[in-house]
Design a protein around this ligand. Structure first.
Ligand SMILES: Cc1cc2nc3c(=O)[nH]c(=O)nc-3n(C[C@H](O)[C@H](O)[C@H](O)COP(=O)(O)OP(=O)(O)OC[C@H]3O[C@@H](n4cnc5c(N)ncnc54)[C@H](O)[C@@H]3O)c2cc1C
Length: 522
């Protein structure tokens, strides 16, 4: 979005850690796009709607899917070194060649997709995309990349239309000076990622604490469908591996899921076997692990030639080898882990929220694309298509938008230095365990109510501490994590059915009518 806006505006990109600490950097599988002659936009739409179990917004699905080739074409032009049909047979490319065309890209397949339509850069697509775009942004004279700055809250003012507030900037904690600064801006886009850190086990990086969702909620934006948390079926199970995902593309290339004694089990859950949508595979694994009391199940690709495995999955091969697992000859121990937040800040196709001049893009937003279950590799696609539309919208508005006036500075006169850090670390662990145990893959109303009582108590305690103490990055994340956890639970309690990623023993059936869960802070 920064690159698409920088030709008509000055852009500051803030990140609370290093820029590469978002989920994008870790994306392995790829980006879904209709590029093959045998494939069609209709088929991609159909698969997305099917994975979303009746809850996707069909117009949004059509909009995003029909812009997939344009998004990939732009990325290729930026120089992202996607794997081509040619280099999938040999060494991966170090950089993109000028001659790369859309029809030359190698396509792989993932769960829920009925065609090969995932473009990728071996098994480290996010890294390739991130590094290329970061380099482009770094070179652009109108873009400032500012690391180590945590957005605390948005600043809003009444607009000319008194019924609507507008966003005029944000308060930001500068971690170098330890002070909270006001950044004024005509437009603000939240691209702060998801909230999977709410769960004890997750594939996400540490910063996925739902900050954007929490800030937008506090500013007065509606939030939707937070009950749909995607658990990735296959995260490496090893005491020393922190959040290492084993991409679905392995199953796309024939890897099988097996119980400890060696038998396959997916045939008892879905006719699509290992390529069933993620919710079905994660629930099947959860079911088998609980039934057998085992710590993990196994993913097996060792029947494929060793050269094929090393060439297609170099990152996974070498990471597993670091932990003593040779995936060309051995099975990989795996467990499900929180992976993707399908709900978020309610936006339209330009990424506009309820608040004027405030946009939300990517995992922090709720566009209606994913419905009750995100189909693999649709999320990066959504990031690009909506970001491009948001940049276009801003270009049209910027000429008649003024900077906010008379915005108060951050007031620290009534707070003191932190003296109770144990409260932060203890509550961080408590929230994540509570969410894992009571608001996990399989839910019931009793456990959700228990979780609600506990999280609300913690949120009150955290808010009291926050109001008296000088802010820190850890405390801000904790405050946001408590808020988004309470939003997840509220949404889960409101849904009296099982659909897609939300599965509750008290309401195991699917309702005839599919409705979004929309929460309004006003
Ligand atoms: C292991 C893994 C593999 C995945 N594989 C795929 C895949 O193959 N295909 C696919 O489509 N999707 C995949 N996904 C999902 C996809 O990567 C994410 O949904 C997507 O990258 C989210 O992008 P984003 O820009 O919304 O957020 P992110 O990339 O997470 O970036 C968020 C940024 O916001 C910053 N930030 C957060 N809060 C604040 C704050 N308060 N102040 C300042 N900065 C803040 C963070 O530091 C970070 O830099 C994967 C996810 C994971 C975790």
């Amino acid at each position: 979005m920064a690159l698409r806006s920088a030709d008509f505006a000055r852009v500051a990109v803030l990140s609370k850690g290093d820029l590469n600490q978002g989920a994008t950097f870790y994306a392995q599988g790829g980006i879904a796009a209709v590029l093959d002659e045998e494939d069609s936009v209709d088929s991609h739409i159909e698969d997305t709607l099917s994975a979303g179990v009746g809850l996707c917004h069909p117009q949004m699905v059509e909009y995003i899917v029909s812009h997939s080739a344009d998004a990939v074409s732009w990325l290729v032009n930026q120089g992202v070194p996607f794997t081509t049909k040619q280099n999938s047979q040999s060494e991966p490319a170090a950089s993109n060649s000028d001659a790369t065309t859309l029809s030359s890209l190698h396509l792989t397949q993932e769960g829920g997709h009925s065609h090969r339509r995932i473009i990728h850069a071996t098994d480290a697509t996010g890294k390739a995309v991130f590094e290329t775009l970061q380099k482009r942004a770094h070179e652009h004279p109108s873009i400032d990349l500012i690391e180590g700055c945590t957005a605390v809250d948005l600043v809003t003012q009444v607009s000319e239309d008194p019924s609507k507030r507008v966003c005029v900037g944000a308060y930001v904690l500068n971690q170098q000076t330890d002070s909270v600064e006001l950044i004024k801006s005509k437009f603000v886009a939240l691209a702060t990622g998801g909230a999977s850190k709410a769960y004890l086990y997750t594939t996400n990086p540490d910063g996925a604490s739902g900050d954007g969702i929490a800030m937008a909620w506090r500013a007065g934006c509606q939030v939707a469908n937070m009950e749909f948390n995607q658990f990735h079926p296959t995260c490496l199970y090893h005491p020393k591996a922190k959040s290492f995902l084993i991409t679905e593309a392995l199953r796309g290339e024939g890897a099988t899921l097996e119980l400890p004694e060696g038998s396959r089990f997916m045939d008892r859950f879905d006719e699509r076997l290992e390529l069933a949508p993620r919710d079905i595979v994660a629930r099947a694994i959860d079911h088998e692990m609980k039934r057998l009391g085992c710590d993990c199940v196994y993913l097996n690709i060792s029947h494929k030639p060793a050269e094929f495995i090393k060439q297609h999955f170099p990152t996974i091969y070498s990471r597993c080898l670091e932990y003593g697992i040779d995936i060309t000859t051995e099975r990989i121990p795996v467990v499900p882990a929180a992976h993707y937040t399908c709900g978020g800040v309610l936006v339209n196709r330009q990424g506009e929220t309820d608040i004027g001049n405030l946009y939300a893009i990517g995992e922090t937003s709720f566009t209606g694309l994913h419905g009750a279950n995100r189909m693999a590799s649709n999320s990066l696609l959504e990031c690009f298509v909506v970001a491009f539309a948001a940049a276009k919208d801003i270009r049209e508005k910027i000429g008649h938008t003024a900077l906010g006036q008379d915005i108060p500075l951050w007031d620290e006169s009534r707070v003191s230095n932190a003296d109770n850090e144990i409260l932060v670390s203890h509550n961080w662990d408590e929230i994540r365990r509570c969410m894992w145990d009571f608001v996990g893959i399989v839910r019931n109303s009793d456990r959700l109510q228990r979780a609600e009582r506990r999280i609300n108590l913690l949120a009150d305690e955290i808010q009291e501490y926050y109001s008296k103490t000088r802010v820190s990055n850890d405390m801000l994340e904790l405050r946001n994590l408590a808020l988004v956890s309470s939003l997840i639970i509220r949404c889960a309690l409101q849904r009296k059915e099982s659909r897609g990623l939300h599965y509750t023993l008290d309401y195991p059936e699917l309702d005839d009518r599919a409705t979004d869960t929309i929460l309004d802070p006003n």
